[in-house]
Ligand binder design. Structure first.
Ligand SMILES: [Zn+2]
Length: 110
């Protein structure tokens, strides 16, 4: 289950690839983890500076949640805490997960 050359912690693995993922230029990878139990939730393609407030669904690379089921809410697979809820951004016609403040941590991978 363990992948090489990745900084993932043991425990829940980032095994679910996101079928909707699209590569974006000038981005970097953020690892999003649960703020309660430190479990890694998602590898996310972030564009631009600033804190992560939402995750666009097509920028999630993979994670420990089954994205193909398009969950309405993101719960930590380890401790069960609610971390984000799915929203529709009408202006951009995009779906995203609105992160709930202070329930998650991020760190830059590359
Ligand atoms: Zn957790």
């Amino acid at each position: 289950m363990k992948e090489m050359n990745t900084p993932f912690r043991k425990g829940v693995c980032l095994v679910y690839k996101n079928p909707d993922y699209k590569k974006v230029k000038n981005s970097f990878i953020l690892l999003v983890s649960c703020g309660y139990c430190k479990t890694d939730i998602a590898e996310y393609q972030k564009v631009g500076k600033g804190n992560l407030l939402r995750m666009y669904t097509d920028r999630i690379i993979k994670g420990s949640i089954d994205w193909s089921k398009k969950p309405k809410s993101l719960y930590c697979p380890n401790c069960g805490k609610l971390l984000a809820t799915r929203i529709m951004l009408k202006k951009k016609n995009k779906e995203a997960y609105k992160m709930i403040r202070s329930t998650y941590n991020t760190r830059r991978v590359n």
